[in-house]
Ligand binder design. Structure first.
Ligand code: IPE
Ligand code: IPE
Ligand code: MG
Length: 238
């Protein structure tokens, strides 16, 4: 197990490969999404064992609306079911849940469930689970800049004082540390608009495993490999 000094405190995961996992079994894509949701439970539960305090997962991107209506509505109903079904255990297990992304575009029933899960877990501190839902890194920066422009116009923000910290304070992730490690499953080596600002100095792991096959042992291996990396942040090794 990594110690708290060298292990990643914040791991972010691009959970990819559900569709291909289902296709190889001759099943519809939604079958893969349901299998993927089960893995989410397992990985959230494994966080304390591997020393991960913050887990951020990419559940639905601002680009995923391009999928068929069947898949999109199936995913939305899966999110509602996940929140309703997991609420009790998440509260009991000390998980604090937050959502990032453009919330108003989602349906009212889902927004209500998201708000209630955030409220119900707001006192928890064991694991901080952030679910990126209708999230896009560029969209997040654009919304932040819009809010900054509003504040500047209203005299609440002095443009001359704006720096990196100011912008970070307008992002959805403002209360979270930057991810130390970003994992993408399914063999694709791209970011797909995930945490663009926040992952400037993150380590990346691109692994072939499809998300529904991502067990807590695979997770533990990724965390262990992170422990031997040498992060320099632009400096030189001491
Ligand atoms: C990731 O799996 C889950 C979401 C994007 C919602 P995919 O659905 O992208 O699975 P593949 O990449 O098509 O296999
Ligand atoms: C990224 O996966 C988004 C999520 C995991 C929610 P995609 O499957 O949507 O990304 P692309 O299309 O391969 O870039
Ligand atoms: Mg995919």
């Amino acid at each position: 197990m990594p110690d708290s000094q060298t292990g990643p405190k914040h791991v972010a995961i691009i959970m990819d490969g559900n569709g291909r996992w289902a296709q190889t079994r001759g099943k519809p894509r939604l079958f893969g999404h349901h299998a993927g949701a089960k893995r989410v439970k397992e990985i959230v539960r494994a966080c304390p064992d591997v020393g991960v305090k913050y887990l951020t997962i990419f559940a639905f991107s601002t680009e995923n609306w391009k999928r068929t209506q069947t898949e999109v509505s199936g995913l939305m109903s899966l999110f509602r079911r996940y929140i309703t079904g997991e609420m009790k255990d998440l509260i009991a297990e000390g998980v604090r849940v937050r959502f990032i992304g453009d919330r108003p575009r989602l349906d009212a029933k889902l927004i209500k469930l998201m708000d209630s899960l955030e409220d119900a877990t707001s006192e928890n501190d064991k694991v901080h689970l952030t679910i990126a839902l209708n999230y896009g890194g560029r969209d997040e920066v654009a919304r932040a800049v819009k809010e900054m422009a509003r504040d500047a116009a209203a005299g609440r923000l002095d443009a001359e004082t704006v720096d990196e910290t100011t912008l970070a304070g307008y992002l959805d992730t403002r209360v979270l540390p930057d991810p130390d490690l970003v994992i993408r499953t399914s063999g694709e080596a791209r970011i797909s608009n995930f945490l663009l600002w926040q992952s400037a100095y993150s380590e990346y792991e691109f692994i072939d495993t499809l998300w529904p096959d991502f067990t807590k042992d695979v997770f533990a291996d990724c965390v262990a490999r992170y422990g031997v990396r040498d992060r320099r942040f632009g400096g030189v090794k001491a």
